[in-house]
Design a protein around this ligand. Structure first.
Ligand SMILES: *[C@@H]1O[C@H](CO)[C@@H](O)[C@H](O)[C@H]1NC(C)=O
Ligand SMILES: [Ca+2]
Length: 364
C-alpha cells in the first residue's frame, strides 16, 4: 500500500505540473514561471513530511451499519429512498425517479483527512441507458433534497460526483455539434466541484462550467470492488479511483489551493431519473491524517477559512469556448494570411507590368 501511494504521489506531481504548464504557456510566461515555483516548493513540502493515518469511527460507515438510525444518538441518518440492507446502504434502487442520501450527524473538525468510499453502481440498463450517478459530499448543509445527485444546489463545500449519464452529449447530438477529442468527456465521469453557496451545478452540462478536474472511469456493472478516494491535505485536494480490480489507485484529479472550512458534514447521495441504477454504498471510511507543517505553511494557513474557494481557478479551466475560439482564430489567421499573400502577388504583378511598360517606353 505504502509503495503504491509513493508511486502515485510522484505520478500526481508530474500530471499537475504538466497541466499547469500546458494551459499557461498559451496565456503568458509569467504565470508559467510562478506556477513552476509553486509546484516545486509544494513538492519539497511533500517529500519533507511523514504522514500517519487514523480511522475515525465516528465519521465512518461500515458493515453492519449500526451507526445508522433515526435517533439523535446515531452517527448517520438516512434520507429519501435510501435503504440499509446487510450488504450495503442502497442510496437508490434500480427504478425511475428515486433519490436517496446518507448524512453524518457529526461535523468534522479535522484539518487533514482522507475518505475511502467503497461503492457499487449496477443495473439492468444497457450502456448509456442508465443514470444518473452518485455524489460524495463535505458540506455545510446536510439532509437537503435537490437536483445535484439528490442533494440541494448552491451547496457550500466539496462535492465529488460519479456522473454516469452524459446529459450534455445527448444535448449536443441533438444540435449536431461535437466537441474536439481533447475536450470530450467519456462517461461515466468522475469530477469535483467546490461550491460557495452561490455557485450552481449545471446539470444539463454535467457540471462542466464548475469542474475542478475529473477523469473517466468505467465503474458500472463490475464484478470486482470499486473505490473512490478523496484526500484533503495542506489545502491540496486529490481524488483517485480504484476500479480495475487491481488494488491500485489511479489519479483522477489533484488541485492545490483548495480552501475548505472545518466543521462541515460528510454525506453521500444518488439520484435516478427516466434512467436508473442501483447506487450502493458499501463503506465510507474517514481517516485523520497527521501532517507536520513547516513554518511557512503554518503562517499561510493561519487565517481561518470561512467560505470555500479555490486559488487560481482560471488556471484550471479548459474552457471549451476558448477551444472553439482558438480554432476560429486559426481559421481566420490562415484565411487572412492567404488573402494577404494573394494581395501582395497582385500588387507585385501590377508594379511589374507598370515597370515593364515604362522600360519599354524608354527604349522606343
Ligand atoms: C462564489 O464564487 C463565484 C465564482 O468564483 C464568485 O463570483 C462569487 O462571488 C462567490 N460567492 C461568494 C459568496 O463568495
Ligand atoms: Ca450527468
Amino acid at each position: 500500500m505504502a509503495a503504491t501511494m509513493k508511486e502515485s504521489t510522484a505520478k500526481r506531481r508530474t500530471t499537475f505540473s504538466d497541466i499547469i504548464c500546458n494551459r499557461t504557456i498559451a496565456k503568458n510566461m509569467y504565470w508559467v514561471f510562478i506556477s513552476i515555483l509553486c509546484t516545486t516548493s509544494r513538492c519539497w513540502g511533500d517529500d519533507g513530511h511523514e504522514m500517519e493515518e487514523f480511522l475515525k469511527r465516528e465519521h465512518s460507515l461500515t458493515k453492519p451499519y449500526q451507526a445508522i438510525g433515526s435517533s439523535s444518538s446515531s452517527h448517520w441518518e438516512l434520507m429519501g429512498d435510501a435503504m440499509v440492507t446487510t450488504e450495503q446502504v442502497r442510496l437508490t434502487p434500480d427504478a425511475q425517479s428515486k433519490q436517496g442520501a446518507v448524512w453524518s450527524r457529526i461535523p468534522c473538525h479535522l484539518k487533514d483527512w482522507e475518505i475511502q468510499v467503497h461503492f457499487k453502481i449496477h443495473g439492468q440498463g444497457k450502456k448509456n441507458l442508465n443514470g444518473d450517478g452518485l455524489a460524495v459530499w463535505y458540506t455545510k448543509e446536510r439532509m437537503q433534497k435537490g437536483p445535484v445527485f439528490g442533494n440541494a444546489d448552491f451547496f457550500t463545500g466539496l462535492g465529488v460526483f460519479v456522473d454516469t449519464y452524459p446529459n450534455e452529449e445527448k444535448h449536443l447530438e441533438a444540435q449536431k455539434r461535437r466537441y474536439t477529442p481533447r475536450t470530450q468527456r467519456i462517461f461515466p465521469y468522475v469530477l469535483a466541484m467546490v461550491g460557495n453557496g452561490s455557485l450552481s451545478y449545471d446539470h444539463e452540462r454535467d457540471g462542466r462550467p464548475t469542474e475542478l478536474g475529473g477523469c473517466s472511469g468505467m465503474v458500472r456493472n463490475l464484478k470486482h470492488d470499486t473505490f473512490l478516494f478523496i484526500r484533503y491535505v495542506r489545502r491540496r485536494l486529490t481524488v483517485m479511483i480504484d476500479i480495475d480490480g487491481q488494488h491500485e489507485w489511479r489519479d483522477c484529479l489533484d488541485v492545490p489551493g483548495v480552501r475548505l472550512p472545518e466543521g462541515y458534514y460528510f454525506g453521500a447521495s444518488a439520484v435516478t431519473g427516466d434512467l436508473s441504477d442501483n447506487h450502493d454504498l458499501v463503506s465510507l471510511k474517514l481517516y485523520q491524517l497527521t501532517v507536520l507543517r513547516n513554518k511557512q505553511e503554518l503562517e499561510e494557513e493561519e487565517e481561518e477559512i470561512l467560505i470555500p474557494s479555490v486559488d487560481n481557478l482560471e488556471l484550471l479551466k479548459i474552457d471549451d469556448s476558448e477551444e472553439g475560439m482558438s480554432a476560429v482564430a486559426i481559421f481566420f489567421t490562415v484565411l487572412f494570411s492567404l488573402l494577404g499573400c494573394i494581395l501582395l502577388v497582385v500588387i507585385a504583378l501590377i508594379l511589374y507590368s507598370h515597370w515593364n511598360e515604362n522600360s519599354r517606353k524608354r527604349f522606343y
